[in-house]
Design a protein around this ligand. Structure first.
Ligand code: HEM
Length: 719
């Protein structure tokens, strides 16, 4: 290392950079092919090159604790000046000059300059940025090139110039994957539309067995496809940190549950998980029913013609979230839910592009693009709705607190109800349907089992009844339920608001807003995609739809009564249809974690080094013939209890699994059942597109770019 430095001056570059620079100097280490400096000179003066070389020398020598031995350059004036020669002599550095007219002798630097210019040009053309950004594009190209694997002089294909950034262990681990140059080509071919990128990724995954290594610019990504290996990551309490790509969500989610880490995540998770207690979820049924009926009424106008049901599903899932989890009941325009959902979709598109277009990773470049302006506009639409929900709930909470808490002291032990539903029974009820039928429990199940929420709720319910009796106020059952669901049940937002208002609790007001933004996103876009895919699949598989409708008719006997919690337990086939749809079309197609320690895989003899980004793709895992026979065939019987027992728990993970699994999974399943049952009691669904023609886009949330086209026909009127 530093035995031989290749150098070259290139330019003049037109147009000049914003700072007036016209030339670049490259200084390239022969051993690692690492270009440490890539600068512009203000004017082509010999002293410019010397001063850049001096800076470079001091830095690399300090960094690597060794001396530069030789520099090789062409016969340019800047390398022939007395100043330069004297400097080399003083520092005992050999000076190799190429024979005039033979740039091949300095080919390493000449070729590297060409690579930088080509890469920068591609970036400028693809991003649509003006040529003024040439300097920034060249700097970016150099940054990326430095972090890509290269064939160094020792034939080590995995070797990477930047030994300080990427562990040399990587080369030793010899993980299987496409050739680095192939990856680079794919990675830089960013003109491909997002649905093509998804296809490319699936094709790469299909060629490998248990794992694949892919270089994405500076990052080593390792995709794991074996459930045993997936369990090592998702089931662990060590690898809880999300990968670097999640940082683009920061302005949106702040320290929200999805992206936070360490103690913040741990404390917040402990606080939020109980707010999704099954008993709280049961109290949401009136809203589930009412809003599902409303959307059926709205969809009436689409009867008899093909339409994109995702727009309706997005609107309805936002409305349900606002009125249940957020307890936000203030009047809103009919389309406000859809406007919010649309803003979220556009935002996801921008964030997805940031993850696969390397230049957009840099804030300095991103901020100068149209994407950034759109990003800020969309963020204000999104935050506007979440702020309204938080402010309204806070006001409500304080008001109701002063009305109800004041006349009553904490109930005594004797006031607590004598009979409670056996806790284990309650937990079983919920585990079966939503946990893949196997007995792997997480904190959500523990909450239901230990039922902290219920104890609290009953105490509060006692307090409410007591207060009503004492003051001679007659609460109707509905009024009690309203109070209970808004204040006493401590729905999500209440719990957070209360926490933020109490001193010494770990939530600041900003953190409450962050959590609300997170839940609003995670809670609506996933279920909107899930419900839309279910409608499309039932539209394609008419025979299965007929059976689901029969099941619903057996439960409801063609009456128009609302769906109850008990009904949802009887919707066995609908549940299997939902689970099978989430298998074939998991709304979250990719989960990524940063490894905090080396991981020795269980399925094969490889070790994945610490700091690697591990990519777990439910989409790939769920379509493995090893986990599901005939994986591309829609078969709800894959989720018959006996079939579930046969499989590894981590072979089906639409809601992720382990300590960072989805906190909203039970909520999501209940909401999906009520919504879909209401639609299927009212309409017969047909798909206007065959399943093989679905065009999938797997960015943050799995979507169909061709639209979720279905057609509705009348069944019976229930709303
Ligand atoms: C069909 C619907 C849903 C699916 C498929 C789904 C899937 C997932 C997945 C795969 C994760 C892990 C993501 C990762 O690690 O990158 C996750 C996390 C999360 N989900 Fe869901 N989700 C759904 C519905 C919901 C709902 C309705 C809510 C809330 C109302 C919700 C709230 C969350 C939160 C807060 C996290 C972060 C948990 C943590 O990191 O501790 N999700 N979800």
């Amino acid at each position: 290392m530093l035995q031989l430095i290749h150098s070259n001056v290139a330019g003049r570059v037109a147009p000049t950079s914003k700072g007036g620079s016209k030339y670049i100097v490259t200084l390239l280490d022969y051993y690692f092919r690492y270009c440490t400096v890539c600068v512009y000179c203000t004017i082509r003066k010999n002293s410019d090159v010397l001063s850049k070389f001096t800076e470079f020398k001091t830095r690399v020598e300090n960094l690597h604790n060794t001396k530069i031995a030789t520099i090789r350059a062409d016969n340019g004036d800047e390398y022939l000046s007395n100043e330069f020669k004297l400097f080399l002599k003083d520092h005992d550095i050999g000076h190799q000059l190429t024979i005039p007219g033979t740039p091949q002798q300095n080919g390493v630097a000449e070729r590297f300059n060409q690579t930088l210019f080509d890469t920068a040009r591609c970036m400028l053309i693809q991003s649509g940025l003006k040529l003024d950004f040439g300097a920034d594009a060249i700097m970016t190209a150099c940054y990326i090139r430095n972090r890509c694997p290269t064939v160094n002089t020792h034939g080590n294909k995995d070797g990477c110039g930047n030994s300080t950034l990427i562990s040399r262990n990587i080369s030793r681990s010899q993980l299987p994957g496409p050739r680095y140059i192939e990856t680079l080509k794919r990675y830089l071919d960013t003109r491909k539309p997002p649905e093509q990128i998804f296809k490319v990724a699936l094709n790469v995954a299909a060629k490998y067995n248990n794992l694949v290594k892919v270089w994405a610019g500076p990052y080593l990504l390792v995709g794991l496809f074996n459930p045993q290996d997936v369990e090592l990551i998702l089931g662990s309490h060590v690898h809880l940190e999300k990968s670097a790509e999640y940082k683009y969500f920061q302005p949106w989610f702040g320290n929200g549950l999805l992206i936070s880490y360490g103690d913040i995540w741990k404390n917040h998770r402990k606080m939020i998980a109980p707010t999704f207690h099954m008993n709280i979820l049961k109290s949401f049924f009136p809203q589930f029913n009412e809003i599902s009926r409303k959307v059926c009424k709205k969809m009436e106008r689409e009867k008899g013609k093909p339409f994109d049901c995702h727009e309706y599903m997005s609107g309805v899932t936002v409305d349900i979230l606002l009125e249940t989890v957020m307890g936000y009941k203030e009047p809103r325009s009919e389309d406000s839910g859809f406007e919010y959902a649309l803003a979220v979709m556009k935002m996801c598109n921008i964030l997805h592009q940031r993850s696969y277009k390397p230049w957009l990773r840099f804030d300095s470049i991103f901020k100068k693009t149209q994407f950034s302006k759109d990003h800020d506009k969309l963020l204000s639409i999104i935050h506007d709705l979440t702020n309204k929900a938080v402010d309204s709930r806070k006001k409500d909470h304080l008001q109701k607190k002063s009305e109800i808490y004041e006349p009553k002291t904490t109930p005594t032990q004797e006031e607590k109800p004598k009979e409670e539903k056996p806790k284990v029974e309650l937990a079983k009820e919920t585990i079966q349907g939503y946990n893949n039928g196997t007995a792997v429990r997480d904190d959500l199940d523990e909450n239901d089992e230990n039922d902290v929420g219920e104890k609290k709720r009953l105490a509060f319910l006692d307090a409410l009844t007591e207060a009503a009796l004492q003051e001679g106020v007659n609460f109707t059952e509905q009024e009690v339920r309203d109070q209970v669901s808004t204040i006493m049940f401590e729905a999500f937002l209440d719990a957070l608001t209360e926490a933020a208002l109490q001193e010494g609790v770990n939530f600041t007001e900003q953190e409450v807003r962050d959590q609300v933004s997170t839940i609003m996103f995670e809670g609506h876009d996933t279920t909107a995609a899930g419900s839309s895919f279910v409608l499309c699949m039932l539209g394609v598989h008419q025979d299965i739809q007929t059976k689901v409708i029969q099941e619903l008719d057996d439960i409801f006997h063609k009456t128009d009564r609302p769906v109850t919690y008990q009904d949802t337990l009887e919707m066995k086939l609908l549940e299997r249809v939902i689970m099978e749809t989430l298998r074939m079309y998991p709304p979250v197609p990719i989960i990524a974690r940063k490894l905090n320690e080396d991981v020795k895989l269980a399925s094969c003899d490889y070790t994945v080094p610490a700091t690697t980004t591990v990519v777990i793709a439910p989409f790939v895992l769920h379509r493995s013939p090893k986990n599901f026979p005939n994986p591309d065939v829609f078969n709800p019987d894959n989720f018959l209890p006996e079939k579930c027992q046969e499989r590894h728990f981590y072979s089906y993970i639409p809601f992720s699994a382990g300590p960072r699994s989805c906190v909203g999974r039970k909520y999501a399943m209940l909401k999906l059942k009520v919504l879909l049952a209401t639609i299927l009691r009212r309409f017969k669904v047909k798909s206007t597109v065959e399943e093989k023609d679905f065009v999938l886009q797997g960015d943050i949330i799995l979507k169909r770019t061709d639209g979720f086209m279905i057609q509705l026909e009348d069944r019976q009127k229930i709303c």
